[in-house]
Write a protein that binds this ligand. Structure first.
Ligand SMILES: Nc1ncnc2c1ncn2[C@@H]1O[C@H](COP(=O)(O)OP(=O)(O)OP(=O)(O)O)[C@@H](O)[C@H]1O
Ligand SMILES: [Mg+2]
Length: 307
């Protein structure tokens, strides 16, 4: 089956005064997929999504959503009606309850979906009558997702939907995003969390300083850039390895690293040290973190800063 392209971006560029925030980027998003724009603070993620959401005008490049070229300002309204948007740092009315907030936005959009349906969809039943101000970060984000679903969009933009959430709340949001994908929605996500991009996305585009660094499915990125599989051994007698002809690299703190390709090699390494109870064993598999490091020479910390 040929993929239906819902977003087509060619040579997109956006400058703020003389600063180029998005620099000649091109990509497509297919119908029904979760697509993640992954990058550190200031990479140009929000600028890119806000252009696609018809909120900002690019300096250069082509942006087509559902086959509609956004240069045609009159047709932008057709696009806006079909998309849902949860902005970065979303906020609703502090002194209204969840239900009152949703009722308000539903009225604005003449929404066909009922408030109860929305509340069930995003799992806010227990919090329906709680004041928005009193909600946890994860629950507030759920209200944001509920509001973005009010016009029953085919395409949903979630700009850093789990930033600042604790691991439990983050996983709950991931489950909600998976549920929305199962309903057939196309989801465009921005994130600086490697794990989030890896867990949720069908395809990932890595951007840094406004430029594309690499793109592909999580597995493709890990296979191509994620490095080698290796065993890390601590407190190991090197002679045992040498006797068996196992090549190793010595590291700091009495650690050694042995790269392997297949299970047979792994078994050979482990059987060499199995009789020594002092040896600590760690098996490292390639992951997106390593791929990102290999591609960019940097890691992203929890705050989204690249170091
Ligand atoms: N309105 C603006 N005027 C001037 N510079 C801007 C403006 N908006 C964004 N920038 C700059 O453009 C760059 C890209 O910003 P953008 O918000 O798109 O990045 P981001 O990847 O979403 O970052 P974050 O992870 O912090 O949300 C940053 O250096 C930012 O400071
Ligand atoms: Mg942003």
């Amino acid at each position: 089956m040929i993929n239906n392209i819902v977003i087509n971006i060619e040579g997109l560029t956006k400058t703020y005064d003389k600063f180029t925030a998005v620099d000649e980027i091109s990509f497509t998003v297919n119908e029904g997929e979760v697509f993640a724009l992954l990058g550190p603070n200031g990479a140009g993620k929000t600028t890119t999504v806000e252009i696609i959401e018809c909120l900002k005008t690019p300096d250069k490049g082509k942006v087509e959503i559902f086959g509609i070229d956004l240069k045609d300002k009159k047709k932008q309204n057709d696009v806006k009606r079909k998309i849902g948007v949860m902005p970065q740092n979303f906020n609703a009315f502090d002194w209204l309850t969840v239900k009152e907030n949703l009722d308000y936005f539903r009225d604005l959009y003449s929404s066909k979906i009922s408030t109860d349906e929305l509340i069930n969809l995003v799992g806010l039943g227990e919090k329906m009558n709680s004041m928005y101000k009193t909600l946890s970060g994860g629950t507030k984000q759920r209200v944001g997702i509920a509001i973005s679903l009010i016009n029953e969009p085919e395409l949903l933009f979630l700009d850093e939907p789990t930033a600042g959430l604790d691991p439990k709340a983050r996983r709950e949001t991931w489950n909600l995003i998976r549920k929305l994908k199962e309903q057939g929605k196309t989801i465009f996500l921005t994130t600086h969390y490697m794990e989030e991009a890896q867990e949720l996305s069908d395809r990932i585009l890595i951007i840094i300083e406004g430029k594309i660094v690499a793109g592909g499915s999580p597995n493709e990125l890990i296979e191509n850039y994620g490095g080698n599989k290796s065993v890390i051994l601590k407190n190991c007698n090197k002679k045992i390895l040498e006797d068996r002809g196992i090549k190793y690299e010595a590291g700091i703190e009495n650690q050694i690293q042995i790269i392997f390709d297949n299970n047979e090699q792994l078994f050979n390494i482990l059987s060499a040290v199995t009789d020594d109870p002092n040896v600590e064993i760690e098996i490292k598999k390639p992951n997106l973190d390593e791929a990102f490091l290999n591609l960019t020479g940097r890691r992203i910390n929890a705050e989204g800063l690249a170091k």
